[in-house]
Ligand binder design. Sequence first.
Ligand SMILES: NC(=O)c1ccc[n+]([C@@H]2O[C@H](COP(=O)([O-])OP(=O)(O)OC[C@H]3O[C@@H](n4cnc5c(N)ncnc54)[C@H](OP(=O)(O)O)[C@@H]3O)[C@@H](O)[C@H]2O)c1
Length: 330
Amino acid sequence: MRVVVVGGTGNISTSIVRELLGLGHEVTCYNRGRSGSPPDGVRVIQGDRQDRDAFETAMQAESFDAAIDMICFNAEDAASSVRAFRDVSHFIQCSTTATYGVDYDILPVPEHHPLRPITDYGRGKVAADDVYLAAYHRDAFPATIIKPSTTYGPKIGVLRQVAWEFAWIDRIRKGKPLLVAGDGRAMHQFLHVDDAGVGFANVVGKDHTIGQMYNLVRREHVVWVDHHRIAMEVLGREVELVGVPVDDLVAMDVEGVAICRDIFAHNAYYSGEKISRDVPEFCPRVSLAEGMRRAIAVMDAQGRVPNSDDATWEDEIIAAQRAVRETRVS
Ligand SMILES: NC(=O)c1ccc[n+]([C@@H]2O[C@H](COP(=O)([O-])OP(=O)(O)OC[C@H]3O[C@@H](n4cnc5c(N)ncnc54)[C@H](OP(=O)(O)O)[C@@H]3O)[C@@H](O)[C@H]2O)c1
């Protein structure tokens, strides 16, 4: 099939493009040309999707069989994609599990669960998904909505619980203790980009997925303390984990704490049954340890692991937390 990927050189979409090629599709990427080049054999149409007229005109001038939109974040982006791709036979929207919010009626969260997003990001994705589903019901627009959980790989790096920062890898190497949020036992599902790529690429052309929403997740979950201990095994050094209330981290305005406040401090455990049933090729193979090993190798090679000696906030919070504990004991 002739498949266009809006994006195509990003964290997840790089793997999607590789998988599409492997499946024998003819692949085109639409992007601004700022984030690198796709592999040989992929055609690039350069442009900014926010320049809606140019984007829609460029897409309408082509004849694609399928489109995957990796950078649609709100209702306006979605309405533009509906116009741009009105002639394709399959359209796939990359949504997110953040659409569910953090207040669940049941775990793991199934696709029919009420949507209670708590972030602008989650609300924007719900609005976009609604535009596609309305177009499906009204005009048979052939949309499939895919909701990946946290998806990591060499481009994003290996994530931690309390903040969006990566010096924690260096802290483990140097034997320094690490903070976790609360008891560190919030549940999480990590998906490696290569497994996500297999999922997206194998949805393409499956007519029975049209009009459907799917969580794209590994079926098992881990708790964050175990995630951090796996990182310690990968890095060959064990360090102490120190719990601190997430509200304290927010009150202290720790840089990058929003991801913890909004997602990582909460249970994030979604059902993967539906995608396994309808897209059996999606069968995640990259273990967390292996995914971490691969991502850390790339981060090291590119000098992307910051020196933890350059920041003092974590040691200061840990010292304060220990002082509180000692006061309580004495
Ligand atoms: N990572 C996660 O944990 C996670 C979880 C759930 C859902 N998601 C979803 O995954 C998607 C992101 O996918 P990704 O990780 O592959 O992307 P990404 O790393 O954010 O990369 C963005 C891609 O889109 C292109 N791009 C960005 N802005 C553009 C614009 N205005 N016009 C045209 N092209 C543009 C970039 O190329 P240029 O810079 O060259 O334009 C690049 O190819 C988002 O929809 C996000 O909500 C991510």
